[in-house]
Design a protein around this ligand. Structure first.
Ligand code: ZN
Length: 453
């Protein structure tokens, strides 16, 4: 199989021309793009929690940023939505981040030992005016942790700035007050938000869990929290090949199972921390003329062009209530829709945005003859369409859910599990129709059609 590196080499060359001291390593992950995206598009259920989240209520991350399966179901603290496949594609495609602004999410974090304590101290002190999180204790603890664990001090501070606000109980040590008025976990700190997650949709539980974790580690000062947190990050991520911010967010390297060991769910996590890291470096090295190393991941079978930014002025059909296949928008799916679709493909008919959404019956980003075939099969009773009414099914033979048809094993579904059939296959792979499903537990992937009814 060939590895496509459409455009990536040219982008790296352009960056190198402007920054001759920077080093780039292209890392061939040996993973297929579709498998990676589906591997990251998991957990569409409150009990499991999505792998990737977008901030709810943000106009910049609305529309097609929001998951086509979960819609506006709220997760974690209650202010997050599950991220769409398009959002994952956009954020994971390295071509969208090979620019001066977004590059530092690829900066190599391991092997960093060569720093001067006074330089770091002065740089961080000069940043304190802009970030109330940075105080004297934080600065000294960051320097101590960087020396102890051989981790880049600017990276440590960028993570704290990304995770904390100066008013969070995880930063102030104020503890949290329960419904009976008792203050719990006062005097404990968790500046990296380690363990601060919840499946209840309540921010109270997120903070409670983070403070409980801090208490279990006896992080009774900012200093112990920073030293303990950096120890976790150094042994749990950096030494396990997850030694860029990108790899800490998107688990595509290392020997262990993929797509599970991630630092945070926020899909912007790597980008945001990378921007902060660059800002800290720029304060210290205004031309960014140091010897910085970047690791750029590559995947097999990437699209020819960089994945586009998800539109915010469009909604997924799942949440907008458009009936799949109803190309002419008359409320019914019938042979007239097939005629309309063929005319559209021939350039003889126009479709409005709802018609275009309804015509993408295969769920791909473009409309092709495959959509016509699927629509014909649907009308013949040989296929199911998303949002057409027939989407719930039960697993009758326990089976593996795979990230690509006939791909390597991913997760198991047991007999009796309930699933939604998102898309039925119209072609055989290895003599099997692999249909795209999502289980009630949020597992997303392909299973053979004879395993459910
Ligand atoms: Zn989802």
């Amino acid at each position: 199989m060939t590895i496509c590196i459409h455009g990536i080499k040219a982008q790296i060359k352009a960056l190198q021309a402007n920054h001759p001291t920077w080093t780039f390593k292209v890392e061939y992950t040996d993973l297929t793009w579709e498998e990676v995206i589906n591997g990251e598009h998991q957990g569409h259920s409150a009990s499991v929690a999505p792998t990737n989240l977008v901030q709810a209520g943000s106009s910049s991350y609305s529309g097609l940023w929001i998951c086509e399966i979960c819609g506006k179901q709220k997760y974690d603290s209650g202010s997050w939505y599950c991220a769409s496949k398009e959002a994952i594609e956009y954020m994971m495609d390295p071509r969208n981040s090979l620019n001066d602004t977004d590059l530092f999410q690829f900066m190599q974090l391991s092997g960093f030992e060569d720093f001067n304590n006074d330089n770091v101290r002065n740089t961080l002190r000069s940043m304190a005016a802009n970030y109330s999180v940075i105080d004297g204790e934080c600065i000294e603890a960051v320097i101590q942790a960087a020396n102890t664990y051989h981790v880049d001090p600017y990276y440590i501070m960028a993570k704290i700035l990304e995770e904390q606000s100066a008013t969070s109980p995880l930063y102030t040590g104020s503890g949290i007050t329960d419904s009976k008025g008792n203050v719990l976990y006062a005097g404990y700190y968790n500046l990296f938000n380690i363990g601060a997650t919840a499946t209840t949709g309540k921010s109270y539980d997120v903070i409670l869990n983070g403070l409980a974790y801090a208490a279990s580690q006896n992080w009774n000062s900012k200093t112990t929290s920073i030293l303990g947190g950096v120890s976790v990050i150094a042994s749990g991520y950096i030494s396990k090949d997850q030694d860029t911010l990108y790899y800490q967010k998107f688990d595509v390297v290392g020997d262990s199972s993929k797509y599970e060991h991630q630092y945070q769910q926020n899909i912007l996590g790597a980008q945001t921390a990378g921007t902060l890291l660059r800002k800290l470096y720029k304060k210290f090295d205004s031309n960014l003329g140091g010897n910085y190393s970047f690791i750029i991941p590559l995947y097999k079978n990437m699209p020819v062009a960089a994945c586009p930014r998800p539109a915010t002025n469009q909604e997924h059909t799942q949440s907008s209530g458009i009936k799949m296949g109803d190309v002419n928008q008359d409320g019914q799916v019938n042979v007239i829709d097939i005629v309309m679709l063929i005319n559209y493909l021939n350039g003889n008919a126009e479709l409005d945005s709802n018609g275009i959404a309804a015509a993408k019956v295969c769920g791909n980003s473009s409309i092709t003859v495959v959509d016509v075939v699927l629509l014909i099969n649907y009308l013949n009773g040989d296929a199911v369409l998303q949002n057409s009414g027939v989407i719930s099914a039960t697993v009758i033979n326990s089976c593996k859910v795979r990230l690509i048809p006939n791909g390597v094993e991913f997760k198991s579904l047991s007999e009796g599990a309930s699933i939604k059939v998102l898309r039925q296959s119209v072609s055989l792979v290895n003599n099997v129709y692999w249909d795209l499903v999502v289980s009630s537990g949020g597992v997303y992937g392909y299973i053979p059609r004879n395993n459910y009814q």
